[in-house]
Design a protein around this ligand. Structure first.
Ligand code: SF4
Length: 266
């Protein structure tokens, strides 16, 4: 039986050289970088990425053929009937807000960008339903421009591997951007996502099979299950009673107190 792999990292990790080494190893493990959302152009990838929120790529790929057949361009999607659109995308979850975002995104493309998907991140994030993550997906995958999408896999693995301590996705993105050349931002994110899906599962990481085990500070470290327990609500602080009211209260209490019986004079 193969020996159980545990972390051999002893000294302090330099996040910059660690990121470069992780990127090098990921490129060996995943030489081909693929975006697992099916698409034929920027508009389709943008729509598919909006649908992928809180949903698997496999599920999105089941829905998009019908979606793209019915609404092949921003003009048709901008004019979509909400109910009909919701019925098509229902199985991806949160279909009400996703339908609203899809129509809003398409309308913005028609009204402000002549029906073209912009490549500038500052423009992309002005579209409904599009944040930095989605914008960076489109930039790196379709336009081959620098863009490092930080989704839950990328954030989680970056922390596990000692690349960052940040929880905020934007801070993670900017820190990793600083360590890698722009041409590697997109491929690094896609490879980290593949590594998260195939090897470093959130609950059951396969450290024994992992090519990073000897440099990973989390190798063999038990994963703590996320707590679902709600934090206890603090009991409401007692209200301060102004001095005037306090005096009035005391007087009222006095008036209500049973009067002492006075013995009759004989
Ligand atoms: S699978 Fe284990 S060794 Fe590999 S990156 Fe995840 S925690 Fe580290």
């Amino acid at each position: 039986m193969a020996a159980k792999k545990t972390s051999t990292v002893t000294g302090k990790i330099d996040p910059r050289s660690q990121t470069v080494e992780v990127a090098r190893r990921l490129a060996i493990s995943f030489p081909e970088v693929i975006c697992e959302l099916d698409h034929r152009n920027a508009f389709e990838l943008l729509s598919a990425t909006i649908l992928s929120a809180q949903c698997t790529d496999a599920r999105v790929n089941m829905v998009t053929p019908a979606l793209f057949a019915r609404y092949p361009d921003p003009w048709s999607l901008a004019a979509a009937d909400v109910g009909e659109l919701e019925a098509i995308i229902r199985s991806t979850g949160f279909y009400g807000s996703k339908a609203k975002n899809l129509i809003g995104m398409a309308t913005a493309l028609v009204e402000r960008f002549d029906g073209e998907v912009p490549s500038d991140l500052d423009d992309l994030v002005t579209l409904p339903g599009v944040g930095r993550k989605t914008g960076n997906v489109v930039r790196s995958v379709v336009f081959d421009l620098p863009g490092l999408p930080v989704d839950t896999h990328v954030g989680r693995l970056s922390r596990r591997l000692g690349l960052t301590k940040h929880e905020d996705p934007v801070k993670v993105e900017l820190q990793l951007n600083d360590y890698l050349p722009g041409s590697e931002w997109g491929p690094f994110s896609l490879r980290l996502i593949l590594h998260g899906r195939r090897v470093c599962d959130a609950r059951k990481p396969k450290c024994d099979e992992c090519s990073m085990a000897d440099i990973c500070p989390s190798a063999g470290v038990p994963v703590t299950a996320p707590t679902t327990k709600r934090p206890a609500r603090p009991s409401p602080a007692p209200k301060a009673v102004p001095p005037k009211k306090q005096a009035a209260k005391k007087q009222a209490a006095k008036n209500q107190a049973p009067k002492k019986s006075v013995p009759k004079k004989k």
